[in-house]
Write a protein that binds this ligand. Structure first.
Ligand code: FPP
Length: 243
């Protein structure tokens, strides 16, 4: 448990993180890109634990996009290995998991992921379903447009089956058919590493999200950066289209 957490009057319910800059972090040190991802995975753990202690209830981390398959085979392999290692370690940390109470959820296309990874994902989701301190969504083989397409197909199938009519289709129904169904939309999306784009992340959910950008590379991201985000969030005047 973290001590000395500053008091924040308003906390975002859901924070999204685009974990960018691992490759540059490694290059700056003359290391292979995979070393940057490995360090990024450590940052991911640290930030999850800190945000859980702060009291944030939902987080989504962009770990691998539907477009990331076009990276060199070696890099993709190293990333898949990292995801597996993380889940295998989680299986062994039962006592720690009971203390941390983090629910894990993987969002994205299951098709295309290695079978052994899929099994670990299923197990981790089942095992952590009882935890309610925080929900950690890991966006893996995720694309916002693919997610919306997926939702459109399931809604169309329900119409075709006569389960619902076209008039039943509304924004709530779409929200109920995307991967984050039942969770609040992200209040703020964080992108470090000096880039200013969403890159197909939470396309539907981000309609009214605030954004926070910084030059820090993801492996260098700290708890202090989270405090900066939360202080900044206090000053945002969210109007949701009103005045
Ligand atoms: C983008 O940075 C980062 C990724 C494509 C991978 C992110 C994944 C992790 C940090 C591992 C997370 C681990 C777990 C267990 C969820 P980049 O490589 O494009 O950076 P660059 O723009 O500097 O090249």
């Amino acid at each position: 448990m973290y001590k000395n957490i500053p008091e924040f009057e308003v906390l975002p319910q859901h924070v999204g993180f685009i974990m960018d800059g691992n490759g540059r972090w490694a290059k700056n040190r003359g290391l292979e890109r995979s070393a940057g991802h490995k360090e990024g995975a450590k940052t991911f753990r640290r930030i999850c634990e800190y945000c859980a202690d702060v009291g944030i209830k939902h987080m989504t981390f962009y770990a691998f996009s539907t477009e990331n398959w076009s990276r060199p085979e070696k890099e993709v392999g190293a990333l898949m290995k990292l995801f597996k290692e993380y889940l295998l370690e989680g299986e062994e940390r039962t006592a720690e998991n009971d203390i941390r109470q983090m629910r894990l959820k993987f969002i994205g296309e299951k098709e295309g992921l290695p079978k052994d990874l899929l099994k670990l994902i299923e197990k981790a989701e089942k095992k952590t379903a009882k935890y309610s301190k925080i929900t950690i969504n890991i966006a893996l083989n995720y694309g916002g447009r693919a997610e919306i397409t997926h939702a459109v197909k399931s809604i169309a199938a329900k119409v075709a089956d006569g389960e619902i009519s076209v008039d039943d289709i509304n924004e709530n129904l779409v929200s109920d058919n995307i991967y984050t169904a039942g969770q609040p939309d992200p209040d703020i999306i964080v992108r470090p590493s000096g880039e200013f784009r969403l890159s197909n992340f939470l396309t539907w959910q981000s309609a009214y999200s605030e954004f926070w950008f910084s030059d820090v590379l993801w492996p260098d991201f700290t708890e202090e950066n989270v405090n900066e985000i939360l202080s900044d969030f206090q000053k945002r005047n969210r109007r949701f289209g009103g005045v």
